[in-house]
Design a protein around this ligand. Sequence first.
Ligand code: P6P
Length: 285
Amino acid sequence: MKDIFKAIEDVAFAIDNAIKNEDLGYSDSENSSGEDQLKLDVQSDKIIEDRFASISCVKALVSEEKEGVMSMNEGGKYTLCYDPLDGSSLVDVNLSVGSIFGIYEGELEGANIIASAYIVYGPRIELVWVEKGKMPTLYRAINGKFKEIGEIKLNEKGKLNASGGTQQHWEVKHKAFIDGLFASGYRLRYSGGMVPDLHQILLKGGGLFSYPATTDKPDGKLRQLFEVIPFALVYEGAGGQAVDANGKRLLELVPSHPHDTSPCFFGSNSEINALKDAYGINNVK
Ligand code: P6P
């Protein structure tokens, strides 16, 4: 696992450099979700694939930017599922973006994630690493090296509300719940970048991030293997919760296809329990 962590540190600096110095234009291709690919998406994906190909414990790679599973090392134990540059369309307006990594052992499903990490490319490069059953740890790049800053713990109740998805497509119960949070004093913190939006809630004491089922995206938008499950490990490790629209833990998801999505809610206990009440799912076992 140390080899994987070191590789993530290396790709963090390589992708940050690409963000700051390379072409921001669109490539002539689409990813597996039918989204136009920026040249940066393709380049970030290649940086990760090339760096991880040499790690003997990595059996396979699954990228949000590509279809299927890429076999790497036959004797490897782990499959790395990753989103090389999440929210990349925000780069051309100079907002923070990120990379997300899920490390799985066995079948690709929530129960088999054993570690996850994400990188935030912002005014500073920051990296969060978590292993199953442990608390997440924050690292910050200082003078070209990552320095351990400390463990991340969510408060029982927060103040921030990151409400994703197009409001006109929200279900009535979701709109009533989100409006209720704002009416009780929560502050909107939403950039459209999953990584900085979830990172902010983690570091600023808690709250709620929601990307619900909507009439235009009934299965949500965020991908289970590369985005939702890795962040669920981080949020549960920080003492919060991460559930779907039925109140089921996102760490219990079993995708039928590598690019499956799920409605997702991440947050402090108070906000997630309030969501379960609003959705009438509080007695979910
Ligand atoms: P919306 C970025 O495209 C992304 O995949 C996530 O990073 C982000 O949370 C979400 O989509 C934003 O989607 O529909 O709110 O713009």
